[in-house]
Design a protein around this ligand. Structure first.
Ligand SMILES: *Cc1c(COP(=O)(O)O)cnc(C)c1O
Length: 230
């Protein structure tokens, strides 16, 4: 375990250094970028080690995995990010555990979340997921759809829209990713006239530096943090 902890500390330091360098390249600083450690590949112990190493923002993409880790790590100070597709029948159980939902990907889901928030008398910060690559298999709003639906989303009483989330297409290279991230930023800037959209959650292990150069404020990094673990 202590060996895992020291590997994670090193990996975390290296990722933070890379975040800082990319931020500086565009006149920002690393502390402007929130690092979410995606723990979907690792055990509860390893996820706990990430928190001990100094990263309290953890992300999960499957509801069952979130429920399980949320319980196992309940003694730790963790802000949970939900980053995967959430089915409406899992909203009730999942919502109380979520600090920021990155993957608000349909109006029906968002309406369900709003209703549940009303019931719980809470507000939920969300990011709207954009399917920027247009891949069939990806969830999320198309840019046009988002443009049309955002005014109604912005009117929901208990949903706080904080920004957009996107993933680069699976097929493309880093230049393609850069083009897609840039398109998301341009969309964010344009839609900010409807409602303020500050956050841009984009960039994973393979492309977070490019994402930051294109304006990401949140990066979701998994495998780069867990390299070299036994
Ligand atoms: C798994 C996952 C990540 C992290 O992926 P890595 O390539 O391991 O960094 C980021 N975002 C989402 C939505 C994911 O499902």
């Amino acid at each position: 375990m202590s060996q895992s902890l020291s590997i994670i500390r090193d990996n975390l330091a290296r990722v933070r250094e890379r975040i800082d360098q990319s931020a500086r390249r565009c006149g920002r600083t690393g502390s402007d970028v929130c690092l979410v450690a995606v723990t979907k590949y690792v055990s509860n112990d390893v996820a706990a080690a990430v928190v001990s190493a100094g990263c309290g923002d953890l992300g999960e993409s499957r509801p069952q995995e979130l429920w399980q880790k949320h319980e196992a790590l309940s003694a730790l100070d963790v802000r949970w990010h939900f980053i995967g597709h959430l089915q409406r029948n899992k909203v009730r159980r999942t919502l109380p555990m979520v600090g920021l939902l990155h993957s608000a990907d349909s109006m029906r889901l968002i309406e369900e979340l709003n209703q549940e928030c009303v019931r719980l008398q809470r507000r939920l910060p969300v990011l709207l997921e954009v399917n920027i690559s247009g891949e069939q298999a990806k969830h999320g709003f198309s840019p046009d759809e988002l443009e049309n639906t955002l005014p109604s989303i912005a009117e929901l009483s208990n949903i706080e829209v904080r920004g957009l989330m996107a993933m680069a297409g699976l097929e493309g290279d880093l230049d393609d990713a850069r083009r897609e991230f840039r398109a998301v930023r341009v969309l964010r800037d344009r839609l900010s006239k409807v409602t303020p959209l500050k956050e841009l959650s984009m960039g994973m292990s393979g492309d977070f530096e490019v994402a930051i150069e294109e304006g990401a404020t949140i990066v979701r990094v998994g495998s780069a943090l867990f390299e070299g673990l036994p």
